[in-house]
Ligand binder design. Structure first.
Ligand code: FAD
Length: 562
């Protein structure tokens, strides 16, 4: 899970309000309603987290027959794709957050929000242990438990340091709103300090050396945003310091943006070189001290010490301790994130779902199941299947496992497609050959990326399952079960990839669009503006962000250290 996973994706928020009955927590009609419907016991749904997955679930849940409790240490939803823009003041922090209570207020049924963090999940007694958040300034600590019938775990992930010494103490992360605000203040601090008359030339260079670790989309976007800030605003405000500023991007692999099309990687690397951003690939950080960052260079094998003024660490995500504890408890010890099935149910648990960055669909089991589907279809154990039966099996597999369908469509399973084409005219097909071809899926079918796009789609999918729970219990609509009889209640989760963006600064963006289209340049930047403006979760945030962009165009960015 160490992967630089945070692809700049066209975020799909399926966030839509609405509901069937109109009784809020405080509504005077609520008691009347309770009296009317008698003592119907509502199922308790507990949602942990108010990020992309949790909020999307909450917004898409419409069935009023649940009693919903949301627990999160953050009483707002943050639009993370614009977080790098907060680090330099292109947009303000408050413009990209939406209070959870505003979202809750719009729900037309019973939803309660608790600002607290879950520290333990008790699966035996179906209880979640929570304590008030450390971040609040009120002091003291409140503890409470919440009962659940269904638990939705959407706690996201934390930044991964790979246990590199000194990172937690000295580096900045870029994961939360507070991180972005801190970075903004530190950049200005560095400029103000470097401008003091007592500071030596050498010290000045050190203070104005900004190091970004990690060449994934977040690191690259941050480096680009910082460069824009320096060139477009700070260079004018601190003219004597301009020549001392240096931005270095350290990447342990061979290239930056390695999950993107090669053309994008090449364009980004060339652009950074033109802009004077010092890009060092094959450079692995081994230690961060208060004043220096140590790297091991792959080419020379030498250890290099780089003096810095500010380090931003953006190398990927890791598991939150509470999720690690929970995984131990349910026997998922040798995994990095919670394993679920394709219906997002946590493996080995009853009524617990996990989505977003803290979970992944267990692909190994998918391969076993695919093999089992073939074996089941081959009733006489001949190792061969009639062409029509074979097609049915493939349809079945595709219905259950969208990943396979996606790969078939993209013709990445070349052997497979080749075999299928050559089979025309034959009556029967050799299963083993196809199974062999399908093992390609194993290596090609990577885990879903840890992105907002995936998290939001999973949240909306799960809410839709909850909305249809009753009807689907009577009329299941999923694929046929191959270990039991009848159908699954729901269709499995299908991820629809809508493309990904990589903003590169200087009003230029690269985008990889569906159908393997690549678009780079100024026009793509306008596409980026319009997609992100449209995907913001409310009209309030949309107006705020667009006016922030306008303000920046007219007046430049604000360099006050507040
Ligand atoms: P999160 O959104 O992180 O939400 C987790 C929630 O759980 C939070 O509300 C948190 O407070 C809460 N929580 C934490 N601990 C507890 C606890 N103990 N108890 C209860 N609640 C808890 N993705 C894209 O698709 N496109 C992009 O352009 C993009 N850009 C990004 C830029 C940055 C700077 C970052 C950091 C990420 C970016 N991502 C992007 C990735 C995207 O933000 C994540 O994949 C997404 O947030 C995952 O959603 P989530 O709901 O799983 O987790």
């Amino acid at each position: 899970y160490s992967h630089p996973h945070l692809s700049k994706l066209l975020v799909v928020s399926t966030i839509s309000g609405g509901g069937l009955l109109a009784f809020s927590e405080s509504s005077p009609l609520r008691s009347t309603y309770a009296a009317d419907v008698g003592d119907i016991k509502k199922k308790k749904v507990v949602v942990l987290g108010t990020g992309w997955a949790g909020t999307s679930f909450l917004k898409s849940l419409k069935d009023p027959s649940y009693e919903v409790q949301v627990v999160s240490p953050r009483n707002y939803f943050a639009f993370t794709p614009l977080l790098p823009s907060v680090t330099n003041g292109t947009v303000e922090a408050r413009s990209i957050v939406e209070p959870i209570r505003s979202i809750v207020k719009k729900k037309k049924f019973d939803v309660q929000f608790r600002e607290a963090e879950c520290y333990k999940i008790d699966t035996q007694n179906k209880k979640v242990y929570c304590k008030s958040t450390q971040e609040s300034n009120l002091g003291g600590s409140e503890e409470f438990t919440v009962d659940y019938d269904y638990l939705v775990i959407a706690m996201g992930a934390r930044s991964n340091t790979f246990n590199t010494p000194g990172v937690v103490e000295h580096a900045h992360f870029l994961k939360e709103i507070e991180d972005a605000r801190r970075i903004r203040r530190t950049v200005i601090d560095c400029f103000e300090r470097a401008g003091l008359p007592s500071v030596s030339e050498e010290e000045r260079k050190k203070i104005l050396h900004f190091v970004v670790v990690g060449g994934g989309p977040t690191g690259v976007e941050f480096a680009a945003e910082l460069h824009d800030f320096v060139i477009e605003d700070l260079a004018k405000l601190y003219p004597t310091l301009k020549e001392h500023v240096k931005i270095t991007l350290l990447e342990a692999g061979d290239h930056i943006l390695n999950m993107f099309d090669k053309r994008i990687t090449q364009f980004a690397e060339d652009k950074f070189q033109r802009d004077g951003i010092n890009l060092k690939v094959g450079s692995m950080v081994t230690k961060v001290s208060e004043t220096e960052i140590s790297t091991k260079e792959r080419d020379t094998g030498k250890t290099v010490s780089i003096p810095y003024g500010m380090v931003v660490w953006s190398t990927g995500i890791g598991t939150r301790p509470v999720v690690t504890d929970f995984m131990k408890q349910i026997g998922q010890t040798n995994r990095r994130v919670l394993a679920t099935d394709e219906w997002l149910r946590v493996e080995g648990c009853d009524s617990i779902y996990a989505l977003g960055d803290c979970a992944t669909i267990n692909q190994r089991k998918v391969m076993e199941d695919i093999s089992a589907i073939f074996n089941k279809a081959d009733k006489n154990n001949t190792g061969r299947l009639k062409v029509d039966d074979f097609k049915e099996v493939i349809n079945d597999i595709c219905e259950r496992y969208p990943q396979v369908e996606i790969h078939l469509k993209r013709k990445q399973l070349r052997n497979f497609v080749h075999l299928l084409k050559n089979s025309q005219g034959e009556d029967e097909l050799d299963i083993e050959k196809f199974k062999l071809a399908l093992t390609e899926v194993d290596t090609q079918m990577k885990n879903l990326p840890a992105t907002a796009q995936v998290a939001a789609q999973q949240g909306a999918y799960l809410a839709e399952c909850f909305n249809r729970m009753k009807i689907c219990e009577t009329y299941p609509e999923g694929p046929l079960r191959f270990r039991g009889t009848g159908r699954h209640r729901f269709h499995p989760f299908r991820y629809k990839h809508l493309g990904q963006f990589a903003p590169l600064g200087g009003e230029q963006t690269a985008a990889e669009l569906p159908g393997d289209w690549v678009s780079i340049g100024h026009s793509t930047q306008w596409l980026w503006y319009s997609v992100y403006a449209s995907k913001l979760v409310s009209w309030r945030t949309r107006v705020l962000v667009v006016s922030d962009w306008g303000r920046r165009f007219i007046f430049g960015r604000d360099s006050s250290r507040i």
